[in-house]
Write a protein that binds this ligand. Structure first.
Ligand code: ZN
Ligand code: ZN
Ligand code: FE
Length: 673
């Protein structure tokens, strides 16, 4: 079930300043029903877009210091009027000690050009959206861009403004009934969408919005209004669905600084709506989905951060720098691990700046001083380099211990931490990329591990990645590599290669044969890429995991067959798999091939894990890594393992992708405290 383990009750206790005590700052909370009523009945808060109370409103996004008191938030600039002040001090009032309490007379205000009258602004914005314009609005944790989700040319224009690849956009629906018209959702998914955390929920599409919202994928990232502003906007809008996305360029961090936002968005957009409450902690919308009747977090940000994850052992004073892509870092206070909000890809300059800024912010906010630093084993990760730069203690010049944690071990331990496991488990760690202890790129790994050490038991066959990182997006390169590796000479017959220039093919084949810039990888992610490419679904990925997502979206769920494979001497070989699939390409429809391929991976997991159990008696299996965002794969794996009496664990408080790595790092390092 959905975890609601953090109550907000502590907010009404008088705050005490005690250094080193665990401070609990609540995540931001969606506007509550009572406030929505007040929005229409309270004279001083009539249609007031910043209405809030003790049960709802901004928290993490506005706090800059502990304790969480108004003077330590960006609300300190707004002096309460008499009415608000009276409510704030009245023990029986719903706004007793509600730090961001405000009203039309005294609180923050929206502005658009020179217009400050909110009714005018919202009317204007709504009519522009309905006319097909794209507008930028300052929201809770950053700036957002909005347009009508039924208007294809508007969505295309939005894509252009964001310099966005083909990645699907999140869509905000007027209400749950509208979501139900466009998406399939069960009771639990409904609960996720309506929860006070109000995340984006990935749902199966029932009816199409316009094509460019999700570029033909069969899922929709749906979210409900969470700010009073959103409700007031929908009151005015004709359309009941809007694209709701962060206003940054693709790959950059969320925009939150008014001047920077105005400079970058003001030029691109006619309509730029701002407000005068400062965003202290920028935070994106979170993304979740329901997998095997449990919440899986894809992006952990608004509504979740900074809820700690309670840990079995003390993690006090440990800083986990995280991975590089989809970065999130983590700090430890006593038995609490505070995972930062989603940061993004550190290779982007602005994102790396945002990373450093947020680390400073967390160190300040939680009065944190690192005693031990943990980072990824990858020597070239910017997070690793940053961790190394932190090593010298600024107070006395001594060196802080630095612990390097293998990427896939960290994935497994992130999940173990959630369930407070410390005994030996079988870790199935499938993802795109992670630096291995042999210097190769790992990603299809079966580990025997506890929270301190691991042994690599079995892994996917090594194949070359011609062009290194280039082969991640250009899946056709991996197709050539797989065919070469398994000595298959069928390239000319493949549809997916037909659009690739002959010259490029020759160059890449040469790279493979002569071993030029072709690191070895055992990545499960790359194997899924290859399948998507072979089925002609995606030979060049325009966003992360596009191929695997398209491959999953066509599965014929009724198909139970699978392909042959060989597991020998700790290596899973796909030679037979690829050969049979190549034969199938001409005779069998893609949805069946995709299903059989997924089933193959499930059978491999079951086989290896069963063998390990036979050898060692270990019965606990942990499944983690970005590949397990694949719902079909994860649910089927859980099913088959549960049927065979394994105890199966999967991430559900932290992302199975690299957003959870920092937690794993923290736990591994805690063994060295
Ligand atoms: Zn409220
Ligand atoms: Zn007031
Ligand atoms: Fe990973």
């Amino acid at each position: 079930m959905i975890d609601d383990f953090i109550s907000t009750e502590f907010l009404i206790l008088p705050s005490k300043i005690i250094d080193n005590t665990i401070t609990e700052i609540s995540p931001d909370i969606a506007v509550c029903d009572n406030c929505l009523k007040d929005l229409k009945s309270q004279k001083h808060r009539m249609k007031y877009p910043f209405i809030n109370c003790t049960n709802c409103g901004p928290r993490f996004s506005i706090v800059n210091k502990i304790p969480y008191d108004r003077k330590n938030t960006s609300m300190h600039e707004f002096e309460m009027c008499e009415i608000c002040e009276a409510e704030y001090h009245n023990v029986i009032d719903r706004r007793f000690h509600a730090q961001p309490v405000a009203c039309n007379y005294c609180g923050p205000k929206y502005s658009y050009s020179n217009v400050h009258d909110f009714t005018n602004i919202i009317k204007n914005v709504a009519s522009k959206i309905d006319r097909g314009e794209v507008v930028a609005v300052k929201g809770l944790g950053g700036y957002n861009i909005i347009c009508d989700a039924k208007h294809n040319s508007s969505v295309l224009r939005l894509r252009e403004i964001k310099a966005r690849d083909g990645k699907p956009f999140a869509v905000m629906f007027r209400d749950i009934e509208t979501i139900e018209r466009y998406c399939y959702l069960n009771i639990q998914e409904k609960e996720l969408a309506e929860s006070w955390r109000r995340p984006i929920v990935l749902l199966n599409q029932k009816r199409k919005l316009c094509y460019s919202v999700n570029n033909g994928l069969k899922s929709i990232g749906a979210l409900l209004p969470y700010l009073p502003f959103h409700y007031l906007l929908f009151d005015r809008l004709s359309t009941s669905v809007i694209v709701y996305t962060s206003a940054n360029n693709s790959g950059e961090p969320i925009l939150f600084d008014d001047t920077i936002a105005e400079n970058s968005l003001g030029k691109k957009l006619e309509t730029f709506v701002c407000h005068n409450r400062k965003i202290e902690n920028p935070v994106d919308d979170s993304i979740v989905k329901l997998v095997a009747n449990k919440q899986q977090i894809i992006r952990r940000a608004r509504g979740f951060v900074p809820n700690p994850i309670y840990t079995l052992q003390s993690v006090d004073g440990i800083f986990g720098a995280g991975a590089e892509l989809k970065n999130s870092f983590c700090i430890g206070k006593n038995n609490n691990a505070f995972l930062s909000q989603y940061i993004g890809d550190l290779k982007n300059f602005e994102t790396f700046e945002f990373y450093k800024r947020t680390i400073n912010q967390f160190f300040d906010l939680f009065k944190f001083n690192p005693k031990v630093i943990a980072c990824d084993l990858h020597p070239e990760y910017l997070s690793t380099k940053f961790a190394e730069s932190l090593r010298v203690n600024s107070v006395n010049g001594s060196q802080i211990p630095l612990i390097k944690v293998q990427h896939h071990h960290a994935h497994i331990v992130s999940c173990m931490a959630e369930y407070k496991l410390s005994e030996k488990v079988v870790g199935v760690s499938f993802d795109g990329t992670g630096y291995g202890t042999d210097g190769n790129i790992w990603g299809g790994e079966f580990l025997i591990c506890d929270t301190k050490t691991f042994k690599r038991h079995t892994h996917f066959d090594y194949v070359k990645m011609p062009g290194g990182d280039l082969a991640v997006n250009e899946s056709w390169r991996m197709v050539l590599s797989y065919l070469n590796h398994y000595s298959v000479d069928k390239i000319e017959t493949l549809d997916c290669i037909k659009n690739i220039r002959g010259n490029d093919i020759e160059i890449v084949q040469n790279m493979i044969l002569r071993d030029i810039n072709s690191p070895l990888t055992s990545s499960a992610g790359r194997l899924f890429d290859v399948l998507a490419c072979l089925l002609n679904l995606c030979s060049k990925q325009t966003f992360d995991a596009e191929g695997p997502m398209r491959l999953e979206s066509i599965i014929d769920k009724a198909e139970t067959g699978y392909y042959p494979y060989v597991i020998e001497n700790g290596i899973v070989s796909f030679s037979d798999t690829i050969n049979v699939i190549l034969k199938d390409l001409n005779t069998i429809i893609p949805s069946i091939i995709s299903a059989k391929f997924h089933n193959t991976v499930v059978h491999i997991i079951n086989d290896v894990v069963s063998q390990i159990k036979k050898d060692t008696g270990i019965n606990k299996v942990v499944l983690s890594g970005g590949v397990f965002q694949n719902r079909f794969l994860l649910e089927k794996s859980i099913q088959i393992l549960a049927k065979n009496n394994f105890e199966v664990y999967t991430n559900h408080l932290t992302p199975p992708n690299d957003g959870g790595i920092a937690l794993g790092q923290l736990i591994v390092a805690s063994n060295y405290l």
